[in-house]
Design a protein around this ligand. Structure first.
Ligand SMILES: Nc1nc2c(ncn2[C@@H]2O[C@H](COP(=O)(O)OP(=O)(O)OP(=O)(O)O)[C@@H](O)[C@H]2O)c(=O)[nH]1
Ligand SMILES: [Mg+2]
Length: 220
């Protein structure tokens, strides 16, 4: 096979990492804790954030960035709670990057926020390499993707702070073993927190809220 060396002027991931550090400094200047909510398409990312806004929206000032390939469907779901929301379209890209998020931060009222939820594009591969400036990396998968989904995508789980195994209410119906998914996550990343959750019945939701509360940075 013929190969050609292509000189590349700069390292895209290194540039992204520098921008992510700058985003984090900006967030910290404003006392904001940011969560990068990653995960498979349809795993429950938007519903997780919606239910969290419903529970914590009165005691914390929450903002959201909704990353979507096109349109503002998830952004509109957050807007109905009357919180500040930015919709970011990635076009053909399968992940958000720190540069896009930097633009989102320009448009958000950072002085009036305590928590920022960033919903990444539904994908278990691309978002793993691109830090955004978040404080916590959360990966949501659901039992309906098959109980081998965790072992098939080790990279994203190895860099996460929390894995949520969602839709446990339908585990039997889709013949999935949620405990196997938890075990697989701990094999990949022994230090990781793993929660089994049903956003439909509310089982496990208190554990998620505890995680959010423990992650919130104290303001000076
Ligand atoms: N049975 C059941 N359904 C759920 C649960 N969580 C989410 N869903 C449903 O799963 C579907 C997808 O949920 P979303 O929150 O839109 O998923 P998402 O990850 O944001 O999807 P994308 O943004 O398209 O990647 C919706 O129909 C939800 O009602 C759950 O715990 N149990
Ligand atoms: Mg969504």
């Amino acid at each position: 096979m013929h190969t050609t060396e292509v000189p590349i002027g700069y390292d895209v991931l290194a540039v992204n990492a520098e921008l992510a550090r700058s985003n984090r400094r900006n967030l910290e200047k404003h006392g904001i804790t940011a969560f990068n909510i990653m995960g498979a398409i349809g795993s429950g990312k938007t519903l997780l954030i919606e239910k969290t806004i419903e529970l914590l929206g009165k005691s914390c000032r929450i903002g959201a960035i909704a990353g979507d390939v096109v349109a503002r469907i998830d952004a509109a779901r957050f807007e109905k709670y009357g919180i500040p929301v930015i919709g970011l379209n990635t076009g053909k890209e399968c992940h958000l990057d720190a540069h896009l998020v930097e633009h989102g931060l320009f448009e958000l009222p950072l002085d009036s926020l305590d928590i920022l939820f960033i919903e990444n594009v539904g994908n278990l591969i691309c978002p793993s390499d691109y830090e955004l400036g978040e404080h916590k990396r959360v990966v949501v998968v659901s039992v309906s993707e098959g109980d081998d989904i965790v072992e098939k995508h080790p990279v994203i789980f190895s860099t996460a702070d929390l894995i949520i195994v969602n839709k446990i209410d339908i585990a039997d119906a889709v013949n999935a073993d949620a405990d196997k998914m938890v075990k697989d996550a701990h094999i990949i990343n022994p230090r990781i927190d793993v929660l089994k959750l049903s956003l439909k019945t509310g089982e496990g939701f208190d554990d998620w809220i505890d995680f959010v509360k423990k992650s919130i940075k104290k303001k000076d």
